[in-house]
Write a protein that binds this ligand. Structure first.
Ligand code: SF4
Ligand code: SF4
Length: 132
């Protein structure tokens, strides 16, 4: 299932569509069996809104009572992505250990599947100069 086909479950504070991406399996695993999503440390968060604005998967919404971003759809998060944490100016966003992602990847046989999916394009340009 593509993201655009996931069920529409509402709109966020900026009137952007929110879809339930948790129904899309991750490499064959049920998304909700993989504990990968952000947590905001409220003591560090300045409420800048960067995470809310930049995450395209609508993991965040805006809490108008606290005037802060809030994680509303954790399982919409792309497994192993940490973009919002990398952009947060206050270093207020935490993720599980990357071991969680590696464990899920091993269980889903991601390496084997990636190899199979790219097998037909491998060695295609093997004679091309490296600096081309
Ligand atoms: S990017 Fe960081 S500081 Fe800004 S709203 Fe999100 S968690 Fe808070
Ligand atoms: S890690 Fe990526 S997908 Fe997950 S909430 Fe942050 S920006 Fe969105």
């Amino acid at each position: 299932m593509d993201m655009k086909d996931a069920p529409l479950i509402g709109k966020d504070a900026l009137d952007r569509e929110v879809r339930d991406l948790s129904v899309i399996p991750w490499w064959g695993l049920e998304r909700k069996t993989v504990e990968w999503y952000p947590r905001i440390d409220p003591d560090k968060c300045s409420g800048c809104g960067v995470c809310f604005i930049t995450c395209g998967r609508r993991v965040y919404d805006w809490d108008q009572e606290t005037d802060r971003s809030v994680v509303t759809h954790p399982y919409n998060c792309q497994v192993a992505c940490t973009t919002c944490a990398n952009l947060c100016p206050s270093k207020a966003i935490e993720f599980p250990s990357v071991d969680e992602a590696h464990h899920a990847a091993a269980k889903a046989q991601v390496v084997k599947k990636a190899y199979q999916k790219t097998k037909h394009i491998r060695n295609k340009d093997k004679d091309r100069p490296l600096n081309d």
